[in-house]
Design a protein around this ligand. Structure first.
Ligand SMILES: [Mn+2]
Length: 341
């Protein structure tokens, strides 16, 4: 399903009003290649249309629904907020700032926001962002940002998308993949610096300049990537524990590597559902990533195990889900998996 024309119109009207009132637009984004590239694209469009932007993204282990984030957003006094690739919740509202959510994660209900540009069949939020902001300013030279989102998020599904094909023939497949890894690392490092990833994308005219480390931001991204790569190499040595249809891998890393690790194991352990739990990411919380190579609806599978868990449980996509749990709930989940085995 394409995003609703009515929502797109509402969103563009709000942005045009904010631009003519000379107010700023807050940009909140998911700290991965798709989210950060969406923010860079939105920033380019708004700045080329004469506007100003204020990037703002939730701290490590937090999301846009945190009270702390809402207060920070309200304190900015922006004319509007663009939430890019952050997921959405039915009851999500954002204080006093008129908000546009642009997102491709599945959701049961429309969030209570000014406009909701949504398509859960879209391979990347960068594509939805482009659709939203393309009428504001010429962006042809920034289409490689859209390609980064597709490469980062689609898992090869949209590999023939014309925007990705064009970027590949212009810059080469390998440099684009490397930029995705570098930008992802800015959000996955133990002390995430997604703003460095965003700044590198906004400054670069050519993604290859980031690969070559031509700016201080680009060099910083390379250091963050080395950190994440080392953490992942360490975590890969943890042996999975098979319980019925599930395989459980328990790690403790400050880096957000649980998703990548789960995806890597899901291939090797197919058709089992791989559950990676990370105790080291944020204090007192266990971050879970759940993946499978076989076509399971992982959100439904997780819900069936713990029907009463909260909104941070079984989030994400059907094929890539996860949760943030306390010790007690995690123990309940392991117990439910054992019972089902
Ligand atoms: Mn995404």
């Amino acid at each position: 399903m394409a995003p609703s024309a009515l929502e797109l119109t509402r969103a563009r009207l709000l942005l045009r009003n904010v631009l003519s009132a000379r107010a700023s637009v807050a940009l909140a984004y998911h700290a991965d290649a798709d989210g950060i590239a969406s923010a860079a694209l939105g920033a380019a469009a708004l700045e080329r249309a004469g506007g100003t932007i204020a990037p703002l993204t939730p701290e490590k282990g937090h999301n846009i629904y945190d009270e702390r984030f809402r207060r920070a957003l309200d304190a900015l006094g922006a004319g509007a907020a663009l939430m890019l690739d952050t997921g959405s919740r039915a009851n999500g509202a954002f204080g006093s700032t008129p908000t546009i959510v642009v997102d491709h994660h599945p959701t049961a209900d429309r969030p209570r926001v000014h406009a909701f540009v949504h398509d859960d069949e879209s391979p990347a939020t960068t594509l939805l962002t482009l659709e939203l902001v393309a009428p504001l300013a010429p962006l042809d030279d920034r289409h490689w940002l859209v390609a980064l989102g597709i490469l980062g998020d689609s898992g090869g599904r949209a590999i023939d998308h014309p925007i990705l094909s064009a970027a590949r023939s212009r810059f080469g497949a390998q440099p684009l993949r490397e930029v995705v890894a570098l930008i992802n690392a800015s959000g996955r490092a133990a002390h995430p610096e997604p703003e460095v990833g965003l700044s590198a994308l906004r400054r670069a005219d050519d993604p290859r300049s980031i690969v070559h480390g031509e700016s201080s931001e680009a060099r910083r991204l390379h250091a963050l990537r080395r950190e994440v790569t080392a953490a992942l190499a360490h975590a890969r040595r943890v042996a999975p524990r098979v319980r019925g249809r599930f395989a459980i891998i328990e790690i403790a890393s400050g880096c957000r590597i649980h998703g990548v690790l789960a995806a890597a194991w899901a291939k090797r352990l197919a058709p089992r559902i791989v559950l990676v739990s990370n105790r080291g990411y944020t204090p007192g919380r266990i971050h879970l990533s759940v993946r499978s190579h076989a076509p399971h609806d992982l959100r439904a599978e997780l819900r069936a195990l713990l029907p009463h868990a909260g909104p941070d449980y079984a989030a994400g996509h059907a094929r890539a889900s996860g949760a943030i749990l306390d010790e007690g709930t995690y123990a309940e989940l392991l117990h439910a998996i054992d019972q089902a085995a």
